[in-house]
Design a protein around this ligand. Structure first.
Ligand SMILES: Cc1cc2nc3c(=O)[nH]c(=O)nc-3n(C[C@H](O)[C@H](O)[C@H](O)COP(=O)(O)OP(=O)(O)OC[C@H]3O[C@@H](n4cnc5c(N)ncnc54)[C@H](O)[C@@H]3O)c2cc1C
Length: 301
C-alpha cells in the first residue's frame, strides 16, 4: 500500500487548510502539495514545500526589486537563454522539499546526488514496515549481453515465477527473523542491529530538499534511458511535478538538456565532412569504435 487510510486522512486535513501568504505561489505546484504520487508497488513522491516559480528565476537573473516589467514571453526567452548558456545560479533560487518512499537499493543510487539535504527514517529508532519491492513480471529481465550495467530480454514465464517466489520467500523469512530478534518479550535485540538482516528491496523514506538547478541535474541523469528502471520511475514522476511548477524552466530543460546531445570535436568534424558530401566511415572518422557507435545513435535519433 502506498499510503494508509490514516496517512491519506492527514494529507486531506493538510490540504483543507489554506494559508494566506505574500510570497509567490505556483498554481501548478499548489495542486501537488502534500499529495502522494504512487511510484513502484509501495513507493511515492510527494511535495512537502517549495519556494519560487518561473518568475523567481527571472527576478534573480535581473536582480530586480519586484516581479519586473518584462512580459511573460520575455521571461520564457530569458529562462531559455539562461539554460542554453549554463547560467545556472538563477535556477538555484527555486527549491523543493519532497517526501519520498523508496526501496533501499534505489535510495543507494539516489543518495549519490550530494547537492541535496536529506533526512531519512531512522531504523535505529523505529521498526521498518513489512513492505518489499517486488518487480512486475515485465521488469524481470536477464542480464544484458551488450551492456554490463543493464537488462536484456525478459526471462521466461517459468523463470520469472521462480525469481518472484525466491524474492518473496527470502523477504518474508528475513522479516520474520527481524521481528523475532527485536521482540521485546523475547530476544529484545537492538533495532540498529536487527535491521542488518533486512534485504535491499525493503522500503525506506526520506525528506529530500534540493534547489531547481541540482534537481534538474538529478533528473537529467535519472530520467534518462540509461538509468535503472526503478529510479527512473521516480525521476519521471518528479519531471511531471517540475513541469507543473516551473513550466518555462522545464520546457527549456527538455530542449537544452534532456533532448540535447553533446558532440566531441571529432564528432563535429565528421558531421561537417558529411554535410559537405564526404562519405565518412568508422575507419576514417578518427573515433574509437564505441564513440563511432554513439555518434551513429545520435544521428539516428
Ligand atoms: C547511469 C548511471 C550509472 C552510474 N554508475 C555508477 C557506478 O557504477 N558506480 C558509482 O560509484 N556511481 C555510479 N553512478 C553515480 C554517479 O557517478 C554520480 O555519483 C551520481 O550520478 C551523482 O552525480 P553528481 O556527482 O554529478 O551529483 P551531485 O552529487 O548532486 O553533484 C552535482 C555536481 O556538483 C559537483 N560536486 C558535488 N560534490 C562534489 C565534490 N565533493 N567534489 C567535486 N565536485 C562536486 C559536481 O560538479 C557534480 O556534478 C552512476 C550514475 C548514473 C546516472
Amino acid at each position: 500500500m502506498t499510503v494508509t487510510p490514516e496517512q491519506q486522512a492527514e494529507i486531506e486535513e493538510l490540504r483543507s487548510h489554506p494559508h494566506q501568504t505574500l510570497r509567490v505561489v505556483s498554481e501548478g505546484m499548489e495542486k501537488h502539495l502534500y499529495t502522494a504520487i504512487p511510484v513502484l508497488d509501495h513507493g511515492f513522491v510527494r511535495v512537502i514545500d517549495y519556494m519560487g516559480d518561473d518568475a523567481a528565476i527571472c527576478q534573480a537573473a535581473r536582480v530586480s526589486y519586484g516581479k519586473g516589467t518584462k512580459s511573460v514571453q520575455n521571461d520564457e526567452g530569458l529562462i531559455r537563454y539562461l539554460m542554453r548558456h549554463w547560467h545556472s545560479t538563477p535556477f538555484e533560487m527555486c527549491e523543493v522539499k519532497l517526501h519520498v518512499k523508496l526501496p533501499v537499493f534505489v535510495a543507494r543510487q539516489w543518495i549519490r546526488h550530494r547537492t541535496a539535504n536529506v533526512n531519512e527514517y531512522s531504523a535505529r529508532y523505529s521498526i521498518l514496515d513489512r513492505e518489499f519491492y517486488m518487480p512486475a513480471p515485465d521488469q524481470i529481465n536477464a542480464q544484458s549481453v551488450v551492456n554490463n550495467q543493464g537488462r536484456g530480454d525478459l526471462l521466461s514465464p517459468e523463470d520469472t515465477a521462480r525469481v518472484l517466489e525466491m524474492l518473496k520467500g527470502d523477504a518474508a523469512r528475513c522479516y520474520d527473523h527481524y521481528q523475532t530478534m527485536i521482540d521485546e518479550d523475547g530476544i529484545g535485540l537492538a533495532r540498529e542491529l536487527a535491521r542488518m538482516n533486512l534485504p535491499a528491496n525493503i522500503y525506506t523514506q526520506w525528506y529530500w530538499k534540493v534547489d531547481l538547478h541540482n534537481l534538474l541535474h538529478f533528473l537529467r541523469l535519472r530520467a534518462d534511458a540509461h538509468a535503472q528502471f526503478e529510479i527512473r520511475v521516480y525521476a519521471d514522476a518528479i519531471c511531471k511535478v517540475v513541469a507543473d511548477w516551473v513550466p518555462f524552466a522545464y520546457r527549456a530543460f527538455e530542449d537544452y538538456r534532456m533532448g540535447a546531445v553533446t558532440m566531441s570535436s571529432q564528432m563535429m568534424d565528421c558531421l561537417r565532412r558529411m554535410l559537405s558530401g564526404e562519405t565518412v566511415t568508422a575507419e576514417t572518422s578518427g573515433m574509437s569504435a564505441r564513440e563511432w557507435r554513439e555518434f551513429q545513435q545520435v544521428l539516428e535519433g
